[in-house]
Design a protein. Structure first.
Length: 440
């Protein structure tokens, strides 16, 4: 890796200030012209990853205009267009690359995905057949055809209709009503569970045996993708029985009092970038919630209401009404911080390993250890006792939903607050969430 590559990666990691420096660097054409082509390609990738699409695209256009053109620039330009939702442009650019290199595997996969997203499903099948002839053992072939079938069944507008239907349901409640429900459960010392569903949970929602048979490879890809965030290859999700355990998530959903569901904005973003994992996972979360036999009386609310809940003071009011609470989190310093912020006299703390893929954000201490199966079973065992209305703040990813379910079964009140605890600890684990740590 060149010194230049190291420099731009450091700038990328530096956040907003680094991005401004990257933008300024990309504006100096003379300096850019002095770079080797592979460095220009690397710079275009970083600019794109930082959301500086105009500069990334300009750099790629210049590389494709050279004689001969830099073929890799077509691919990077196409990916940039994809990330911006310019699907037709992405398809055209990938096609130009295949015109130069007929056996360019990455370009052909991108073409198939763009054809699927644009509704050209017959053409997508033809492209997939071409990929199979070129590279019969390619892992992408295991899910590409099934993604095509899924998008025939759930194109963007049908997916958005699912989100609208759930949001318009008479089961949908606001933060004031949610606050009242939580305060009532605490006052009556009765079990209560509030959980939130995102793409990670959606990946492990089993609609039916028949549905699983239609998309086995697509769902396996999504489950491995999400599990990689949590475990980064630490466990095999099949042989460790994680998948079998996680597929019981539907039980925790059915038993919850309030379920936070993915908003249409999240769905639109994943359809914009054609997320192989995000599209089916979010759709399946909404499909499950919409099934008539799933309505066991639980209310619905926004997935991100936990952030709004805190910013508006509703959560603070609840927390300050309690002298003792339980916390399940990867942050060892959470009890000290929360006692200082909310005045708790005692915190029952269950330390769990955080998301391995986010170790660079959370820190080594937060991700240390193995969450499943050892620590998971230890925490579940500790929660199997009378909790008598005790409030628990839970931040444990998909497994956190099982903790919430057990807390309710034991008579406690469980709130799935996820990345909010990261924000309280000064960790921006969900960029764009708009968390203001000064409000703690």
């Amino acid at each position: 890796m060149s010194a230049f590559t190291n420099q731009i990666r450091l700038l990328q990691a530096a956040g907003h200030v680094g991005h401004l420096q990257l933008q300024e660097m990309a504006s100096h054409r003379q300096k850019i012209d002095e770079l080797e082509n592979f460095e220009k390609i690397e710079l275009s990738k970083v600019l794109r990853e930082c959301g500086l699409y105009e500069h990334a695209d300009d750099l790629c256009r210049r590389l494709t205009s050279e004689n001969p053109p830099v073929s890799e620039a077509y691919l990077q330009y196409s990916i940039s267009c994809l990330m911006q939702g310019r699907h037709s442009d992405a398809l055209e650019l990938a096609g130009r690359l295949v015109g130069l290199e007929s056996d360019n595997f990455d370009a052909l996969v991108l073409i198939a995905r763009m054809q699927q997203r644009l509704g050209f499903h017959v053409q997508a099948d033809t492209t997939i057949e071409r990929i199979a002839r070129l590279k019969p053992g390619a892992g992408e072939l295991q899910w590409l055809a099934e993604l095509n079938k899924f998008l025939i069944r759930y194109p963007a507008e049908k997916a958005y209709d699912l989100a609208r239907s759930v949001a318009d349901s008479d089961r949908f409640l606001d933060k004031d009503t949610l606050t009242a429900k939580i305060e009532n459960a605490l006052a009556e010392k009765k079990g209560f569970s509030f959980i939130r569903l995102g793409d990670g949970e959606g990946a492990f929602i089993k609609i039916s045996d028949a549905d699983e048979d239609l998309y086995p490879n697509l769902y396996a890809h999504s489950r491995n993708n999400r599990a990689n965030v949590w475990f980064a290859g630490e466990i095999d999700i099949a042989t460790s029985n994680f998948t079998r355990a996680a597929l019981e998530l539907v039980i925790a959903i059915e038993g919850a009092d309030v379920v936070g569901v993915p908003p249409i904005e999240w769905l639109k973003y994943d359809y914009l970038i054609c997320s192989v994992t995000g599209m089916p996972s979010l759709v399946n979360a909404l499909r499950w919630i919409g099934l008539p036999n799933i309505d066991s009386g639980q209310a619905l609310t926004k997935h991100a209401i936990h952030l709004e809940f805190f910013r508006t003071g509703h959560l603070t009011r609840i927390l300050k009404s309690q002298s003792e609470i339980g916390v399940i989190s990867c942050h060892a310093e959470a009890p000290t911080t929360l006692k200082r912020a909310f005045g708790f006299t005692d915190i029952e703390f269950h330390k769990i390993p955080g998301e391995k893929l986010h170790a660079h954000l959370l820190g080594p201490a937060a991700v240390e250890g193995q969450h499943f199966p050892t620590r998971y079973h230890e925490v579940m065992t500790a929660l199997r006792r009378p909790l008598e209305g005790k409030l628990f703040l839970v931040a444990g990813g998909l497994l956190g939903k099982f903790y919430c379910d057990q807390i309710k079964r034991s008579g406690g009140v469980a709130l799935d607050i996820g990345s909010l605890i990261d924000g309280w600890m000064g960790v921006d684990s969900r960029p764009g969430a708009g968390f203001d740590q000064d409000k703690l």
